[in-house]
Design a protein around this ligand. Structure first.
Ligand SMILES: Cc1cc2nc3c(=O)[nH]c(=O)nc-3n(C[C@H](O)[C@H](O)[C@H](O)COP(=O)(O)O)c2cc1C
Length: 209
């Protein structure tokens, strides 16, 4: 195992919005290659209830992007005036950019779970969502290792979920979990994020303060 390469991958896989190359197409083969790595992830009870909807048709992308822009820009406009922290402002600026160009992003991937949390005998929420997010992250790492960028977005909330599911023709029995815009990146330099030292957020054996 090449530890240096692995550590670089793990520490530089960022949420990419502004540096998505909107001009360069993404081949279906490379998406399938990354999905093969995604499904190496663990699932609760080995259920593997994941399903993957890959959208590369311009008309479907445009329909999704319409809903996304209306929804996201409304949220950003409402929250933005109250944000003081410059780093959070930058995230919102970049989210606003993404919302305005989403239709041009070559591939949108919608990881789904076969099943609904509100159905009888549904799995516990931790296992339901916990069985798709490791695979989503595997997918994002595999994309990054192939010079592609992505960003995990979670727009399937409230009444908007129905709008998306109609456009995507998702059956009622399926739960769309996230929407990942995917493209080759502009440049390949990504830096580790600033995070608090782990010593300050870790305790050993018992929580001591
Ligand atoms: C559960 C989850 C939900 C997220 N939802 C959104 C979203 O709806 N829109 C978006 O632009 N980014 C979303 N993100 C990406 C975060 O904004 C991003 O990870 C964070 O700003 C840190 O940036 P980094 O990943 O480059 O370190 C989400 C990330 C996670 C883990």
């Amino acid at each position: 195992m090449d530890i240096a390469a692995t550590d670089q991958l793990l520490s530089t896989t960022r949420a990419v919005r502004r540096r998505l190359d909107l001009e360069r197409p993404v081949e279906r083969d490379v998406i399938l290659e990354c999905l093969r790595l995604a499904v190496q992830a663990p699932t609760g009870g080995n259920k593997q209830a994941w399903r993957w909807l890959v959208v590369d048709d311009p008309e479907v992308r445009a329909n999704v992007a319409d809903i996304y822009a209306r929804q996201t820009l409304a949220v950003i406009d409402r929250r933005y005036p109250h944000i003081k922290d410059p780093q959070t402002r930058r995230v919102y600026d970049s989210a606003r950019y993404l919302a305005t160009v989403l239709a041009q992003v070559p591939v949108l991937i919608v990881p789904c779970v076969q099943g609904r949390l509100d159905e009888p005998n549904a799995t516990h929420p931790a296992a339901f969502y916990g069985s798709i997010f490791p695979a989503i992250w595997n997918l994002q790492l595999a994309l990054r290792s192939r010079r592609m960028g992505s960003v995990l977005t979670t727009p399937f909330v409230g009444d908007d979920e129905r709008r998306y599911t109609e456009v995507l023709r998702l059956p009622d029995t399926m739960t769309p979990v996230a929407l990942l815009p995917v493209a080759y990146t502009i440049g390949d330099e990504f830096k580790p994020a600033k995070r608090p030292p782990v010593e300050t957020i870790t305790r050993w054996n018992r929580w001591t303060d």
